[in-house]
Design a binder for this molecule. Structure first.
Ligand SMILES: NC(=O)C1=CN([C@@H]2O[C@H](COP(=O)(O)OP(=O)(O)OC[C@H]3O[C@@H](n4cnc5c(N)ncnc54)[C@H](O)[C@@H]3O)[C@@H](O)[C@H]2O)C=CC1
Ligand SMILES: CC(C)CC(=O)C(=O)O
Ligand SMILES: [Mg+2]
Length: 357
């Protein structure tokens, strides 16, 4: 039976990169490798402009009904003056919460062809294969109370709350441990247990949950040290598991190890195997509309979709191999350009991946 894919292009470079990912999906469908039906929807600033809501009810319903969601990115300076409840980012957070997508997988893999594109020395990053498992529906991005209040003195005070229940920590740790069992069996849990009680509990729960996984070697790092270790010696890590905000920050940091934030895909999964797939980067307003954005993170997110939601691991591997082949051919978008390589735009890169499938 045909799998239903909801395509949410979003804002900024979102429509440009999603078009290329859709080309790849359609190419695989047309040759019979997969059977998908694509439906488009609105989210983020585009949805606010059209319907006054960054997450219209019809989008959330369509997402719930779909087998998988492909998302570009949301946000942009034109929506910054809006109240936070109407901002594009609220649409994305609402989708994650509404679908219960608590497990965000962000693999940071260095394609050997891009060793020279990283800002770090090739010997530091070559062979990098790291999986960041980020908790996605809890923590400070969702905690209550939150807001800005005016004190009797007239001064304003802003506040957000970091909250986790034991069961939320346990289920994300189990995801990380299960993934690690199929990889190097090493998990580093990242917290700030020396300062934040909430993450002191996180560490205790991670340690207790690991008792069910005797083969897993569990270590712990404070987030400040983890950020430093990621740029000092990233290959020491196999799987990292961490909170929503720490994972957000550390995955942008890890992206640069691979040459560009335009290379990192992600899968956000719920307890029923439903998933949303998106690059880890944002809407890149500084380059939007110029046809220069790197579509590979979004194309690689399609590969994750095929693997995790569509039971099509063979087709996923073909996409990953095609990306490797276009890099072998010397094609580079501006963000990963290095000497001797040929600069291409977003659409040319997408076409090249389709041709290399
Ligand atoms: N998942 C999402 O939809 C996310 C949305 N955002 C939103 O995106 C907007 C811009 O945020 P920024 O902090 O600037 O982060 P960003 O990730 O959009 O951009 C950071 C830098 O990376 C570059 N970049 C990002 N993706 C690229 C690609 N595919 N190819 C080449 N270069 C790329 C951009 O040009 C920019 O210089 C904001 O409104 C923010 O809230 C930010 C992060 C994630
Ligand atoms: C709206 C933000 C939380 C999106 C983001 O930066 C991310 O998911 O990486
Ligand atoms: Mg982010």
């Amino acid at each position: 039976m045909s799998k239903q894919i909801l395509v949410l292009a979003g804002d900024g470079i979102g429509p440009e990169i999603v078009s290329e990912a859709v080309k790849v999906l359609r190419a695989l469908h047309d040759e019979g490798a997969i059977d998908v039906t694509l439906q488009e929807g609105l989210v983020g600033g585009a949805a606010y402009d059209a319907l006054g809501d960054p997450l219209p009810e019809e989008t959330l319903t369509a997402a719930r009904d779909a087998d998988a969601v492909l998302l570009g990115a949301v946000g942009g300076p034109q929506w910054e003056p809006l109240h936070i409840s109407k901002r594009p980012e609220k649409g994305l957070l609402g989708l994650r919460a509404g679908l219960g997508l608590f497990a965000n997988l962000r693999p940071a893999i260095l394609y050997p062809q891009l060793a020279g594109a990283s800002t770090l020395k090739p010997e530091v990053v070559s062979g990098l294969d790291l999986m960041i498992v980020r908790e996605l529906t809890g923590g400070i991005y969702f905690g209550q109370p939150r807001g800005v209040e005016t004190l009797p003195s007239g001064e304003r005070r802003g506040f957000n709350t970091l909250v986790y229940t034991e069961s939320e920590v346990e289920r994300i740790c189990r995801v990380a441990f299960d993934i690690a069992m199929k990889r190097g069996k090493r998990v580093c849990s990242v917290d700030k247990a020396n300062v934040l009680e909430c993450t002191e509990m996180w560490r205790e729960v991670a340690t207790a949950t690991a008792r069910d996984y005797p083969e897993i070697e569990l270590s712990h790092l404070y987030v400040d040290n983890a950020a430093m270790q990621l740029v000092r010696a990233p290959k020491q890590f196999d799987v990292m598991v961490t909170t929503n905000m720490f994972g957000d920050i550390l995955s942008d940091c890890a992206a640069m190890l691979t040459g560009s934030i335009g290379m990192l895909p992600s899968a956000s999964l719920n307890a029923h195997g439903q998933g949303m797939y998106e690059p880890i980067h944002g809407s890149a307003p500084d380059i939007a509309g110029r046809g220069v954005a790197n579509p590979l993170a979004t194309i690689l997110s399609v590969a994750m979709m095929l693997r995790y939601s569509l039971d099509a691991a063979g087709a996923a591997m073909r996409i990953e191999a095609a990306v490797s082949r276009v890099l072998d051919q010397g094609l580079r978008t501006a963000d990963i350009l290095s000497e001797g390589m040929r600069e291409v735009g977003t659409a040319e890169m997408g076409d090249a991946v389709v041709a290399a499938l």
